[in-house]
Design a protein around this ligand. Structure first.
Ligand code: BES
Ligand code: MN
Ligand code: ZN
Length: 499
């Protein structure tokens, strides 16, 4: 979909989009349209009992005095309480509505809606980002698409006061969308296409944008002592990989921010095999790694003034004659030994070595890891919030605030030494499942904490939010890329351009 900004319509559109606040209060641009229609718009809204609430939308056709086929009226809710995240969902809503029609080119007249803390120049770009995100689809493998399912909407023209300023404000958001789409793409690809080597290749492609990318193979990881990560991958015919991505946009000597992702390209459970039902969803078990890749792409694309490193551990968890057994004891890069009691608790094994490697090599300011780590987080929080665990209150608060702002919400859960005791092993330093029942997401987080070497760290358990079984405000059914917008905002608000 093409996004354009202009002061005057350049080419005839077949729909125009305007906004109306609660109690049918018109925005300035809606008022102009009403005058042009000699009051036909007001009349139509009244007879349709349109209230202007946040989720209201009304599609009018052949309105008197208006030469586009359609007028889409979107509700804006309370004039005083419009915030940034509402602009994104508004963009998504417009696409959701227009997709039901044959409209190919829509003109958006929404610049003057005055969201809090958002300038005039930024307003249209934020709406545009929401539209792009909602419009994205993964159709690569559908060789026949029904006529009514074919994408028709190809152009959105935003009518703005200062086109150059609006375009400039949109540019970094466009780059952000490129990162988000990379995340969604690699999560959507099937597990016979995305496996450790091919996911690592996708990471390698970021070097075109100026990201320094290194790929470590099994031999190199063995030399580093990464016995936990390698143990997970040993049952697969695919070679395990570690991808290290560095973006140097800040001062040369500034310590980087580090982002670490779980990249299990397919999780069968291994010898502790998962049941057959819905096992296909485990192709998305590399969702954390995909978010890190998408974030690095966004940072490089918009030339973020920050040093960041992304480290992703990439393995396939398969049962086979060479697979790891329940009872195996592996030695990690940190030197700590792990008793593997369940081969399906593999994400933490991968992250144990990836986290240790990251802090050891880069001495970052902080580490944030993302992982589709536990089914238990889905039991606790469903598909609305991701789980947040941290050893640092300031870091946890900053992440929560960014999540709130971007509507990628986080809920903090506790860490405590008593949970930590539950993963002490009788025969090794730690075991990969707890002896107690319950608190499965917390004991998984406790396990990770043993490999962060006491530096500021947060763990996002995104098992419930990486994939959606229904259409959402900013994404269709499928891969969401939850985390990319959140972390991009976290970096921008707290670490970039700081004096
Ligand atoms: N990848 C799964 C977690 C998961 C579950 C992700 C549902 C997305 C949706 C993880 O590797 C796993 O299998 N965890 C086990 C841990 C258990 C064996 C301690 C789980 O949650 O059942
Ligand atoms: Mn598993
Ligand atoms: Zn897993």
């Amino acid at each position: 979909m093409e996004i354009l900004f202009s002061t005057n319509p350049t080419r005839k559109a077949n729909a125009v989009v305007i906004g109306v606040y609660k109690d049918r209060i018109f925005s300035k641009q809606a008022d102009e349209l009403d005058q042009k229609s000699q009051g036909a718009l007001s009349k139509a809204l009244k007879s349709a009992e349109f209230k202007g609430l946040k989720d209201n939308a009304l599609l009018l056709s052949a309105l008197y005095g208006i030469d586009t086929d359609y007028v889409l009226v979107v509700g804006l809710g309370d004039k005083e309480s419009i915030d940034e995240k509402q602009l994104y969902t508004l963009g998504g809503r417009i696409v959701g509505q227009l997709r039901k029609t044959s409209v190919t080119h829509a003109e958006i007249r929404l610049e003057d809606i005055e969201a809090r803390h958002v300038s005039l120049a930024e307003t249209s770009g934020k709406i545009a980002l929401g539209s792009l995100l909602r419009d994205w689809r993964f159709d690569k493998y559908r060789t026949t698409i029904k006529e009514e399912d074919k994408p028709k909407l190809t152009q959105l023209s935003f009518i703005v006061k200062d086109a150059a300023a609006a375009k400039a404000a949109f540019e970094p958001l466009k780059k952000l969308s490129d990162g988000i789409f990379l995340t969604r793409e690699v999560v959507s690809e099937p597990p016979n296409v995305i496996y450790p080597e091919t996911l690592a290749e996708k990471a390698k492609e970021l070097s075109k944008l100026g990201v320094k990318v290194e790929i470590l193979n099994e031999k190199q990881m063995k030399a580093l002592g990464m016995g936990a990560l390698l143990g997970v991958g040993q049952g697969s015919i695919r070679e395990s990989q570690l991808a290290v991505m560095q973006w140097q946009g800040g001062n040369k000597n500034d310590q980087p921010l580090a982002f670490i992702g779980k990249g299990v390209t397919f999780d069968t459970g291994g010898i502790s095999l998962k049941p057959a039902a819905n096992m296909d969803e485990m192709k998305a078990d590399m969702g954390g790694a995909a978010v890190v890749m998408g974030l690095m792409k966004a940072l490089a694309g918009r030339k973020a003034a920050i040093n960041a490193v992304g480290v992703i551990g990439i393995v396939e968890n398969m049962p086979s004659g060479s697979a790891q057994r329940p009872g195996d004891i592996v030695t990690t890069m940190s030197g700590q030994t792990i008793e593997v009691l369940n081969t399906d608790a593999e994400g933490r094994l991968v992250l144990a070595d990836a986290l240790w490697y990251t802090q050891d090599r880069f001495k970052p300011q902080l580490m944030v890891n993302l992982a589709t780590l536990t089914g238990a987080i889905v039991v606790a929080l469903g598909h609305e919030y991701a789980g947040l665990f941290s050893n640092n209150d300031e870091l946890a608060e900053r992440l929560s605030a960014a999540g709130e702002k971007m509507e990628e919400k986080l809920w903090r859960l506790p860490l405590h030494e008593n949970y930590n005791k539950d993963i002490d092993s009788d025969v090794a330093d730690v075991k990969n499942i707890s002896s107690g029942r319950g608190a499965g997401s917390i004991t998984a987080a406790q396990f990770l904490e043993r490999f962060v070497n006491k530096m500021p760290w947060a763990h996002l358990d995104i098992a419930g939010v990486t994939w959606s079984s229904k259409d959402l405000a900013l994404s269709r059914k499928g891969a969401t890329a939850f985390g990319v917008r959140l972390l991009n905002c976290f970096i921008q608000d707290y670490y970039e351009n700081q004096a």
